[in-house]
Design a protein around this ligand. Sequence first.
Ligand code: DGL
Length: 262
Amino acid sequence: MGKIAGFYDSGIGGLPYLKWIREHSSGLTFRYLAESRYFPFGTKDEAAIREIVLDSIGRFIDRVSPDIIVIACNTASVTALELLRRTYDIPFVGVVPAVKPAAMISRRKSIGLFATNKTVSQMYTQKLISDFASDCIVEKFAMPEIVSFVENNIFTASKDEIIEKITPAAEFFRKSNVDTVILGCTHFVYLEEMFREVLGPDISVIDSREGVGRHAISLLSALPERNTDDLSDAFYVTSVAAMPENYKAISSNFGLAFGGEI
Ligand code: DGL
């Protein structure tokens, strides 16, 4: 008996979300799918992202029968969440930029949004801002190289290399005079500590892990236990040939067995 929580991202960005939920729950089985075949999403057009996500999530559902799926990717959520909900009959938890909490804590009502090109330009994000942060100035910054850098190098890069990579973003936000920065791409969550260090104590850095995690746990706790014969936690990819070399090591560091291709 058990419940299976599924996670999906273009790469490793969703793993910190899985980790948060695992640390705050018990009795769940975790299954993660990384879209290694089509990484990255942030520079693709909407139609392409929708098609990729819809197709892969269909195969993920068939293969692992999750009780819920966390779309642990802001770009996929702001682009394809509504379509997923219309298409598949299981609960989806979206991961979108933490605009509402940022607006609540921003003292000067001046917020930075650090996300992919696609997320910063999507209507969904504009609506989030007009619904929850209409009294704030929101300065947006996208940098696709950082997504690839995190995906391929975050566990091997030196501190100096990481700081060099994030400096243009940090400078942009400092010059924009924001007091709160939203990490609106799940890959950027890996940079949280460095970002805090570079931005200094006057700028808060926030992400959506806790809000998403609590929502996912509450949805799961309302669902009935069901018979599942395999309770092992696993990490899958959509293409073994296209995945970075260190994926097996990364998945095992997050306590997930490598499950191969879906
Ligand atoms: N991790 C993803 C996000 O939250 C997408 C990064 C990408 O594939 O460009 O937006």
